[in-house]
Design a protein around this ligand. Structure first.
Ligand SMILES: Cc1cc2nc3c(=O)[nH]c(=O)nc-3n(C[C@H](O)[C@H](O)[C@H](O)COP(=O)(O)OP(=O)(O)OC[C@H]3O[C@@H](n4cnc5c(N)ncnc54)[C@H](O)[C@@H]3O)c2cc1C
Length: 203
């Protein structure tokens, strides 16, 4: 593999790429990875604190009383993770407004979901829940040959940190609950894809 940092693509052609420098790179397939930056420049200089998005507390309140922020731009404090999070997924944009509205109404609602996203790729349902954060990887099935498989990441003390599923929605639903409950897992059982994930917990 060769990394060409700082190289700007001039055009995508039928048989590859042409960089702005004029260099041609032949390719059968071109994969585009699109990054995201929150568009918060218009708030610069205001009383709304910014730091990788709009800084909000666990109630989604900004530094300005009566102003809340949700969605891709919101950088909130997660009790569960003990750190700030900014998540760019629909589930977050859908779920956070309830808490934000409750906060505006003076309630003590806390926003602290297990992050989740789904995407359909080449006819397969890909779902992910949790925060991987360098956890230990255990596969359920074989990605190279199985149509359906899952990957689990465990913390140092064997709690489920994150789960990725490909056409295994039950693993996702059960895994998400296990992450929420911070249950310790029976590591030896997890790698058996026939064992329901909810049965792979330690008593
Ligand atoms: C290519 C792509 C694929 C994605 N696929 C998935 C996926 O498969 N699964 C998943 O979970 N998530 C996916 N996402 C992420 C998901 O779309 C976002 O997390 C979600 O749309 C965020 O919602 P939002 O309301 O916070 O922000 P947005 O949907 O970005 O809405 C913000 C709106 O504010 C407007 N705006 C910005 N600045 C101003 C301003 N100054 N004044 C007025 N309006 C302004 C913008 O024009 C925009 O309409 C994808 C995103 C992209 C770009």
């Amino acid at each position: 593999m060769e990394l060409r940092l700082g190289a700007v693509v001039g055009s995508v052609d039928p048989d590859g790429l042409t960089l702005m420098s004029g260099t041609r790179i032949p390719a059968d397939v071109v994969v585009t990875g699109v990054g995201v930056r929150p568009a918060v420049d218009w708030l610069k200089g205001s009383a709304v604190e910014l730091d990788n998005g709009v800084v909000v507390d666990e109630h989604l309140r900004t530094s300005v009383p009566g102003v809340v922020a949700v969605g891709d731009c919101a950088n909130w404090w997660s009790r569960r993770s003990g750190r700030r999070m900014r998540v760019e997924h629909w589930d977050n944009a859908l779920g956070a407004p309830d808490t934000a509205a409750a906060s505006l109404l003076g309630e003590d609602a806390v926003y602290d979901p297990v992050p989740y996203f789904w995407s359909e790729q080449f006819g397969r349902m890909v779902q992910f829940a949790g925060c991987r954060d360098g956890g230990r990887l255990i596969l359920r099935g074989k990605p190279e040959s199985d149509r359906k498989w899952a990957a689990c990441w465990l913390t140092d003390d064997d709690r489920l940190a994150a789960v990725l599923t490909v056409d295994r929605p039950r693993d996702l639903v059960q895994g998400r609950r296990l992450i929420e409950a911070a249950r310790r897992m029976d590591v030896a059982r997890i790698s058996d894809p026939a064992a329901p994930l909810r049965d792979c917990v330690l008593p």
